[in-house]
Design a protein around this ligand. Structure first.
Ligand code: ATP
Length: 323
């Protein structure tokens, strides 16, 4: 095998805290192994349209603790076309890239599979606050987003308690309730609505609120994953059917920002190092993930087929706290 001389790194899809830490880990690890790194801006867009720059270990100083991504991120519909992918391959050939590290979510990995099928070795690193990547127990950004949401909800609770109101808080999670359930347990929510369970007003909202009222509570905290439905509609339902003073807060993009937690920085560093090591040893076309605390390397095609279900015993824990 020819030694790996130069690799590219990009961040793609929705941003997540810890993406910078992963880029730093890729650049520093590669530099240490004598491999040059090219930073590709705006995800696949940078490969298609030739937006890149050489990166040195110094270029990633002081980004370990920064939220967002200094490489920028973008959605790139052109990369989903034959012509766009040919252009991306041409950029890789022009730059002499022996591989690419792609940091992002599921969509990013579908792009990674296409590129690897065209002969460019790609290693993916899962980074999304939703934690909804099938091949990995953990995704970079989840811990930070949970802590951000918990901080916001703790503040909301102070005012809800003082005014004896019902707070309905929408957190991210279009298809998966990982964030909502984790956060719901951490803030002692009265009820948590997640897409995996569906939504029934009586079962999931009215009864938990009634039980809480009978225990003596006069304020209530409802956490809703965005995929369940509009928090505004749910707030109106609580007001109309239960007569409570319901206030709705949509946390939105607040959850995406902020300095990554220690867990996300540590995970990003390990995943970045592992990705470069794999490429340097001739292993491409895989996604780095975690299982039982260890890092895994799974072929992209297989990784994309994998499903990860929310552990419903977490829901039981939530209910056990509501006695
Ligand atoms: P998040 O889950 O945080 O939104 P993501 O990586 O899933 O992150 P997407 O917007 O779905 O975000 O995908 C990022 C980019 O990956 C897209 O803009 C597109 O360029 C590329 N991509 C997505 N799906 C495909 C596909 N089926 N084939 C090729 N490229 C794809």
């Amino acid at each position: 095998m020819e030694p790996v001389k130069r690799i590219g790194v990009l961040t793609s899809g929705g941003d997540a805290p810890g993406m910078n830490a992963a880029v730093r880990a890729v650049v520093r690890s590669a530099t240490g192994m004598g491999i040059e790194v090219v930073g590709i801006r705006r995800g696949w867009h940078g490969l298609v349209f030739g937006d890149f720059f050489p990166m040195t270990a110094r270029d990633v100083s002081h980004i370990l603790n920064a939220g967002g991504t200094t490489l920028y991120t973008a959605r790139c519909p052109e990369f989903m076309t034959e012509e766009g992918q040919q252009k991306a391959v041409a950029t890789c050939r022009l730059l002499g890239l022996d591989g690419v590290v792609a940091i992002g979510g599921d969509g990013t990995f579908r792009g990674a599979l296409d590129l690897s099928r065209r002969g460019v070795p790609v290693v993916g690193i899962p980074a999304t606050i939703d934690n909804d990547i099938g091949c990995s127990n953990y995704t970079i950004g989840f811990d930070t987003a949970c802590n951000t949401a918990v901080g916001c909800i703790d503040r909301l609770r102070d005012t809800m308690q003082s005014h004896e109101r019902c707070s309905v808080v929408e957190v991210m999670g279009r298809h998966a309730g990982f964030l909502a359930l984790y956060v719901g347990i951490a803030v002692g929510a009265t009820a948590v609505l997640i897409p995996e369970r569906g939504y029934d007003f009586e079962r999931d909202l009215a009864e938990p609120i009634r039980r809480s009222r009978l225990r003596g509570s006069t304020h209530f905290m409802v956490v809703v994953a965005e995929g369940v439905g509009s928090a505004l509609d749910i707030g109106n339902e609580v007001r109309d059917k239960l007569g409570l003073d319901a206030r709705v807060t949509v946390l939105g993009h607040i959850q995406r920002g902020g300095s990554p937690t220690a867990r996300d920085r540590e995970m990003a560093s390990r995943m970045g190092y592992t990705a470069v090591k794999a490429l340097s040893e001739g292993r491409g076309d895989l996604i780095v993930g975690t299982k039982d605390g260890f890092l895994t390397e799974i072929p992209i095609e297989e990784a994309l087929q994998m499903k990860k279900n929310l552990q419903m015993d977490r829901y039981e824990v939530l209910q056990a706290m509501q006695r």
